[in-house]
Design a protein around this ligand. Sequence first.
Ligand code: SER
Length: 439
Amino acid sequence: MFLRFFEQHGHKIVHSSSLVPQNDPTLLFTNAGMNQFKDVFLGLEKRDYSRATSSQKCVRAGGKHNDLENVGFTNRHHTFFEMLGNFSFGDYFKKDAIAFAWELVTSPEWFGIPKDKLFATIFKGENGIARDDEAYEHWIATGVAPERIYELGMKDNFWMMGDTGPCGPCSEIHYDMGPAASDAGHTDCQFGCECGRYVEIWNLVFMQFDKQPDGKMNPLPKPSIDTGAGLERVTAVMQGVISNYDTDLFVPLIKRAAELTGAPLETELKKEDEEERHHQAASLRVIADHARASTFLISDGVVPSNEGRGYVLRKIIRRAIRHGRLLGQDKPFLFEMVFAVRDLMKDAYPELIETANRVSETIKGEETRFARVLTFGLRELDSALGIGLSNAPAGPHYQQDKTPHFTGQEAFHLYETFGLPLDFMIEAARDAGIPFDMA
Ligand code: SER
């Protein structure tokens, strides 16, 4: 619907680019829809269209935008996600970008999201860059009530792709998911509260500058538009669920992960086992998310290795394997998830039909290689973390002893004796809520 809306408004539908950025050493993975248009914004490249729209594969795991550690424990963080966007290369600017977004989001012919659940933000002005008066006026002219427009600083309302490159002030559209979405149980908190109730669904960036390595903001040749809406979040809103993981983008993958690991689905566990339910559901979410990320990364040519992109991929695969073990599965299983990802996403990404077998074999190889380290190392790690044996006969246990701790000595022992990677242990300790004493 997003692509069709913008196509009807004169935008060219452009297929997602690879997750491996082409000719851009500043970027580990493609992390936004605008990446493939970076040189067009900078005026270095010309296209035969000045308006484009795309649904872009993105990975935010490593680099400036890194969500890896949050995945599984929140309703809306992902390592891999799809970013819907519309782009203007010196064509329209703030006025039309705001009007398009508001029409698509609120019109009953399109998304039809009630206006009284929406908020807009603008850049309040900071660090010598002026308040975005223009954006404010356009929101008002579009029909947004003044009390629903909030003004925020650099952190929230100024978007940069990396330390250098195209950037500019932005305006966001947020959706009120209601009190049930509050992780803190708030019933009457206001917009701006970070409890999970208010969700950013769309970011409209008004590209105006090219940031230099010395921090200088050079004006772009032509002011441009770059927007990004998280498909997973918008889907959650449209399907009336709080968590992205409860949408039809994830439910089939979570079901498959449960089958492959032998874990019960959240709904199948008894109420009494609240904590166990919580942990198992998180593990299934991690596996679903990481299966998508590793499938698309390998499909786009990344291979597991000890450095750079390959290392991030390896970390993602290993984290998924670890969560499989926490669910009681110590045999390779992740390679099977590849086919579930393919089946769910092949209409949008037909390339998966070609690559799935190769991807699956790569993951299986990684799972097999890592199995030895894990069989010995993980058992020790779990017991050092007080989580109980991950392959105990009765299945997973998450009981912690009363004073959870994990010493530097134990960590060093696991590294030296079993080859368990350091960041793996840091991560596992964090997942178990136990501080890691890096010093
Ligand atoms: N580049 C902006 C973002 O990633 C909008 O697409 O949020």
